[in-house]
Design a protein around this ligand. Structure first.
Ligand code: SF4
Ligand code: SF4
Ligand SMILES: [Zn+2]
Length: 465
């Protein structure tokens, strides 16, 4: 009897990367890898690598927890996912992190930029518009977990500090500034001014490579000195910083370990977030056939390139397990220990297991889920960690502070290639749009950003009710 050369695992809806039509997709296992097989009636068959670790891929399905929804939805579910963003009532996770793009303008023109920013593109949102956008986040979330000021380059906005002050006046738990660091490197007074917005304020700093040639390819400029100076200035005032690394296969993925080692030595740095390039917006030095990188490949490289973490330390995040991996380490007296050496969150988070030693302790389990959640800053995590350590009498670390915690995140944003309607509904990183809707980060860059909306209109018109 003929036998297929793969094992059929699941079925979902995806998108044709050419025409963005919703099409059927099979998830299959072949050669120890996970692939998506799709067929567009117009553009034919395609096969996309979505993970290179079957065990991890299957295990991530066990990390679901009941969805938390926003207090308010902004659209109706009419055309079907992903054509109704949003958030429409069919969405399965509230905004753990909401991005607000206060300007389209940037002082760089990176060859890789999902927002297509440049010094001349678009405009700054007015102060009034920005306030309304922030208000709409608060309307949806009441007390938003994390709001990230972004752009373009937000520090270029003429009303930047007014915006920061207004955001601070709202019941937002944690505020982040997403920046390329040029202003931070060049202007110490600016950094001192930023420091006044702490606590619950953090810098999300673009940091892709140590090598100027690579930075030139990704960012269009030699930025390595700028990066070093920015870190020096942030260290000086100990302003909490997460390094954000956009990863491209064969370009900078050999630097993962080096970046983690460097980050661990910087006083101000609380963690590193790795983001494989999303195929969206301006993407000049990138071939989707060869340069796409999956979440499991990044995880594997972290394990290969550092001695700190082992596979049990880097776990799916329960609010959006397909897209996010998280790992915590403690920095104690010059040494680094993954949190999971003390406690196995796998046992606590994995709903499929029923032989959990801590299972009776629902309180502890809840705290662990809080710790491993996207809508959490390292600052908030410190509180959770302290309370977890109290529950475990054999751990003696009474003087743990914010400076002792270090967090690794892998954040893979779905694009048209690996789009999975099952997973997109759990997206928890959202963008507040110019029309005050709240759109998942991934679908924003595919359908809802400026010039993308025309295609969405055509696709909607083709849908028959
Ligand atoms: S991605 Fe979410 S908000 Fe958008 S259409 Fe799908 S369920 Fe609705
Ligand atoms: S990627 Fe960031 S720094 Fe580069 S052009 Fe876009 S907004 Fe500016
Ligand atoms: Zn097509």
């Amino acid at each position: 009897m003929p036998v297929r050369n793969y094992t059929y695992y699941d079925y979902t809806l995806s998108l044709c990367p050419k025409c963005l039509k919703r099409i059927d997709a099979k998830i299959v296992f072949e050669d120890d890898k996970v692939y998506m097989l799709k067929r567009c009636p117009e553009h034919g068959n395609s096969k996309v690598l979505i993970a290179d670790d079957i065990a991890y891929y299957k295990n991530s399905r066990n990390y679901n927890k009941p969805s938390e929804t926003p207090y308010k939805f902004n659209t109706k579910t009419d055309y079907g996912c992903p054509y109704d963003c949003g958030l429409c009532p069919d969405h399965e996770q509230h905004s753990c992190l909401t991005v607000i793009e206060i300007t389209d303008r940037c002082n760089l023109t990176c060859p890789t930029c999902y927002a297509g920013s440049s010094p001349f593109y678009g405009r700054h949102r007015t102060l009034d518009e920005v306030k309304k956008m922030l208000d709409s986040i608060v309307r949806n979330e009441k007390e938003p977990d994390v709001v990230q000021l972004s752009g373009g380059e937000p520090t270029e906005h003429p009303d930047f500090f007014e915006i920061l002050s207004y955001a601070k006046s709202l019941p937002i738990r944690h505020l982040m500034l997403n920046t390329n660091g040029i202003k931070i490197a060049k202007d110490k007074d600016f950094v001192n001014e930023l420091k006044k917005y702490t606590p619950d304020f953090e810098i999300y700093l673009q940091f892709d490579s140590f090598e100027d040639d690579i930075l030139k390819e990704l960012r269009g400029a030699h930025l390595s000195e700028i990066r070093k100076q920015a870190i020096a200035n942030l260290n000086e005032v100990n302003l909490s910083t997460t390094l954000v690394v956009t990863l491209q296969k064969g370009l900078n993925d050999h630097e993962i370990g080096k970046i983690i080692d460097y980050a661990l030595l910087q006083k101000c740095v609380r963690g590193v977030t790795f983001q494989p390039t999303q195929i969206a917006g301006r993407l000049q030095n990138f071939n989707p056939e060869t340069d796409r990188m999956t979440l499991t490949e990044v995880r594997r490289k972290i394990l290969e390139q550092t001695a700190i973490f082992n596979p049990d330390d880097l776990l799916p995040v329960p609010c959006n397990p397909d897209a996010l991996v998280m790992g915590y380490a403690l920095k104690l007296a010059g040494e680094v220990f993954p949190l999971t050496r003390y406690i196995n969150p796998n046992d606590l988070l994995d709903n499929s297991k029923n032989t959990i030693i801590y299972e009776q302790d629902e309180q502890l389990k809840g705290k662990m889920i809080d710790l491993f959640s996207t809508g959490n800053s390292v600052e908030v995590a410190e509180e959770n960690l302290k309370s977890i350590l109290c529950c475990l009498p054999h751990i003696d670390a009474p003087h743990l502070g914010y400076d002792n915690l270090f967090r690794i995140i892998i954040m893979q944003f779905i694009d048209a290639y690996n789009f999975d309607v099952r997973a997109i509904k759990k997206s928890c990183v959202h963008i507040v749009d110019k029309d005050y809707k709240i759109i998942p980060f991934e679908t924003m860059n595919l359908f809802y950003r400026d010039d993308k909306k025309a295609r969405l209109k055509v696709l909607r018109n083709e849908i028959k009710f």
